[in-house]
Design a protein around this ligand. Structure first.
Ligand code: SAM
Ligand code: DTB
Ligand code: SF4
Length: 342
């Protein structure tokens, strides 16, 4: 969907937008289901990158202490507990610039993935940059989805991060797709961007072929010690508008109401569910910051007549549309120059 369509959709009167998003949601999804996902930081802090929002960057003095990669048995204990609590997706995050085949840390991650994938949950990892070989090995080990966010527009990205580029992000996403993993790709609201940046980011995501399987919408958790610690809070209606527009632009993606839920009222969360959010991080911790407690979330789902989504046994990645060039397109790369995306 192009920018002008997204702009028109986003800026219509609030209730018209909600009605449109709700109709798209009902056409594409069982309307009462919400997927529960558990996050675990398997390698925390000490990251070389300078993402201005992140508690785990070694460039900033935050309260997060660097830790080494967790032992497999400890990860398995958390994964079993997540499954017992009703989560159908287990997402493991590592604070790295990226991973390389042949390193001990990558072998350890593959070993963890092989074991977690025996539990019957969707297995998602977010490990930073991947090349083609890394992506193929992760897929073979049992990863079903790779999370790599665009976070904001290409134009705004350089004010948020300087140690890697937007094209680096797109390249990793392409490697994950080519290896047959589902792509989980979303963004953060509250990085000092404008609505235009949010919609430009969505334009890029909606140009992916295949579409992302899931789109996490995070709002900034302001982290003391980072350059964004004092950023202005995101307005609730802007968040709901963004969720609704995402639901319309990428109808078959799970739209995940992600970081920032801790400071949302019950009413705001209800609006976000109505607008098309159908997945959440479940459990009282995200990677390093707070999330609503599981009991509180279950109570809210019950109050709203929503139910946790059953496990998805196929876990297949979305199929590409044969009429369009495969993407994401990385404009700097010659082999994609004829794709028509730019
Ligand atoms: N290092 C990997 C990467 O950057 O892709 C994976 C981990 S990173 C923490 C995953 C995502 O978490 C980021 O892309 C960002 O969208 C989100 N995130 C990180 N810190 C956040 C914060 N303070 N508030 C909201 N979202 C945040
Ligand atoms: C995503 O988009 N949000 C999650 C997951 N993907 C890895 C991470 C949110 C992190 C929030 C900040 C923290 O806990 O450090
Ligand atoms: Fe944080 Fe990931 Fe950026 Fe590292 S690459 S600073 S973990 S967001």
């Amino acid at each position: 969907m192009n920018y002008s369509d997204l702009h028109r959709i986003y800026h219509q009167p609030f209730f018209d937008l909600l009605k449109q998003a709700r109709a798209v949601h009902e056409e594409n999804w069982p309307e009462r289901e919400v997927q529960l996902c558990t996050l675990l930081s398997i390698k925390t802090g000490g990251c070389s990158e300078d993402c201005g929002y992140c508690a785990q960057s070694s460039r900033y003095s935050t309260s997060v202490k660097a830790e080494k990669l967790m032992a497999k048995d400890d990860v398995m204990e958390k994964a079993r507990a997540a499954k017992a609590n009703g989560s159908t997706r287990f997402c493991m995050g590592a604070a790295w610039k990226g991973v390389r085949v042949g390193t001990q840390k990558f072998d350890q991650v593959l070993d963890i993935v092989r074991d977690v994938s025996t539990l019957g949950m969707e297995v998602c990892v977010t490990l930073g940059e991947l090349g083609g070989d890394e992506a193929r090995q992760l897929k073979e080990a049992g990863v079903t989805a790779y999370n790599h966010n665009l976070d904001t527009s290409r134009e705004h990205y350089a004010t948020v991060v300087t140690t890697h580029t937007y094209d680096d992000r797109l390249r990793t996403i392409r490697h994950a797709q080519e290896a047959g993993m589902s792509v989980c790709c979303g963004g953060i609201l509250g990085l000092g961007e404008g609505v235009e940046d949010r919609l430009k980011m969505l334009e890029v995501m909606s140009s992916f072929n295949p579409h992302p399987e899931s789109v996490p919408i995070n709002t900034l958790m302001p982290i003391k010690g980072t350059p964004m610690q004092d950023n202005e809070a995101v307005d609730v209606f802007s968040l709901v508008r963004m969720i609704a527009t995402t639901r319309i632009a990428i109808p078959k993606a799970k739209v995940r109401l992600s970081a920032g839920r801790y400071s949302l009222s019950k009413e705001a969360q209800a609006l976000a569910y109505f607008a098309g959010a159908n997945s959440i991080f479940y459990g009282d911790k995200l990677l390093t910051t707070a999330n609503p407690g599981a009991n509180e979330d279950m109570k809210l789902l019950q109050e709203l007549g929503l139910i946790p989504q059953a496990p998805n046994p196929a876990m297949e990645a979305p199929q590409a549309d044969g009429q369009r060039a495969l993407s994401p397109c990385v404009p700097a790369e010659a082999e994609h120059a004829g794709c028509g995306c730019h």
